[in-house]
Design a protein around this ligand. Sequence first.
Ligand code: HEM
Length: 179
Amino acid sequence: MLGIVFTTLVEMLEEKVSPEFADEVIVAANLENDGAYTSVGYYPFSEMQKLVGVLVEKTGKPAEELLHDFGYYLFGRLASAHGQVMAGRSGILDALSVLDNDIHVQVRKLYPDADLPTFKVLSKTDNTMLLEYYSTRELHSLAEGLMDAAADHFGQTIQRTTVRSDKPHTYEFNITVES
Ligand code: HEM
């Protein structure tokens, strides 16, 4: 997992809670490198799982909610750092329909080591989409936060539900654009 994901999580904790809280979480997570992440580094996904585990303990919130909120925050950081990646997209469904063959392709050029999921459009109308998400990391809640932030980015409101698929490590997002 890319260092930018770790540094952004720490930044979010510092900003939304406090620098002291971010330090406490890092200490409690007992990380391999004591949390000395660099945005251009690459670290095991298990380190992210440790951080989320500590956050669950400290906040009492479910991991899904924490990952959703982090996804929302992460989108803002990624999209503002790399505005060109979202340029030319007309709305949330347009952006989601080109995640695998455009947006994350551009991401791969920026970050060759990125561990990216796969997204497949199962069906689409003007205002609805059934989107299949596959990743062994099963970060579906992070994806939900990224989607909600992307919808806000376009000034759109979405309703969505998530269903675990029969296939391993796979989830389906049923998304409706309201406005
Ligand atoms: C439009 C909505 C988007 C969705 C739903 C989405 C979804 C995701 C998800 C779920 C992951 C976590 C990895 C996994 O599931 O295995 C991820 C990783 C990532 N995405 Fe996207 N993404 C979106 C847009 C973007 C944009 C606009 C950028 C950059 C400008 C971006 C850059 C990245 C990067 C750098 C990673 C981290 C890879 C790693 O940790 O190694 N994504 N994305």
